[in-house]
Design a protein around this ligand. Structure first.
Ligand SMILES: [Zn+2]
Length: 204
C-alpha cells in the first residue's frame, strides 16, 4: 500500500523531500549537540559499543552516536540521515543491551528504509508544496499518522532482524522495549507491534 520515497504519493518532487528531511536532521543534531554528555561517561561508551555492533551488521559504514541528557524531551532514541543516532543518557542507563539494540536498530531502520524523506514528501504534499523549511509542515503531522504507524511496523521488522543479525537477543529486546511503551496515536498499539513480530509481550 505504502511505497518508498521514489514513488510516494506526492505533488512535490522527491529531492525537495530529501532536502527538507536533511534540514530537519541537521537542525535536530545541532540542537541536541548542545546537551551532549562528555566522552568517558559509561553510558557514552555503552551506547557507542552497541551502535558499532549494529552498524557492522548493517554494513553501511560507521554511525555517529550522540548521548544527551534532556529528560523532558519525550523520546529516548532517534536516528537521523547521515548515519547519526541520538540517545538519551537516562534511556541508556535504564535499558539492558538487548533493549537498547532493538530500539537503536528500529531507529536505524527508519533511516535505512527512507522513512524521513517519505514522511516529508507526504507532509510537503499536505502543505501544498513550496516548502523551504521543515518547520512549515509540522502542523500537518496529524494527517499522516496512518503513514507513521505503517512506518513503525516496518521499522520494527527491520530492527528485529538487524538486532538478531548483530548477535543480540532480538526477541527479549523487542519484548521488553515494546511492552513498556505508553500508547499514542502516532504508533500502533504495543500489542499490535508485539503481535506483528510474533511476540506476546513481557509478563512483568
Ligand atoms: Zn519508530
Amino acid at each position: 500500500m505504502l511505497s518508498m520515497p521514489a514513488t510516494a504519493d506526492v505533488s512535490g518532487n522527491v529531492s525537495d523531500a530529501a532536502f527538507i528531511a536533511g534540514q530537519y536532521c541537521d537542525d535536530t543534531w545541532r540542537a541536541l549537540s548542545k546537551l551532549a554528555i562528555a566522552p568517558g561517561d559509561l553510558a557514552v561508551e555503552r551506547a557507542g559499543h552497541i551502535a558499532n555492533r549494529l552498524s557492522a551488521a548493517l554494513g553501511n559504514g560507521p554511525w555517529h552516536v550522540l548521548v544527551f541528557s534532556y529528560p523532558k524531551l519525550g523520546w529516548p532514541v532517534m536516528a537521523l540521515m547521515g548515519n547519526r543516532i541520538l540517545v538519551a543518557k537516562e534511556f541508556v542507563d535504564d535499558s539492558n543491551d538487548n533493549e537498547l539494540a532493538f530500539v537503536y536498530a528500529h531507529e536505524m531502520g527508519h533511516v535505512a528504509l527512507g522513512h524521513l524523506p517519505q514522511r516529508y514528501a507526504a507532509l510537503i504534499a499536505d502543505a501544498g508544496g513550496a516548502v523551504t523549511r521543515w518547520t512549515q509542515v509540522t502542523r500537518y503531522a496529524r494527517e499522516e499518522w496512518a503513514l507513521f504507524r505503517q512506518e513503525e511496523l516496518e521499522a520494527d521488522q527491520f530492527g528485529f532482524a538487524l538486532a538478531a543479525r548483530a548477535g543480540f537477543d532480538a526477541k527479549a529486546g523487542a519484548d521488553s522495549a515494546l511492552s513498556h511503551l505508553t500508547p499514542d496515536p502516532q504508533h500502533p498499539t504495543p500489542e499490535a507491534r508485539l503481535s506483528a513480530l510474533g511476540l506476546k509481550g513481557a509478563s512483568r
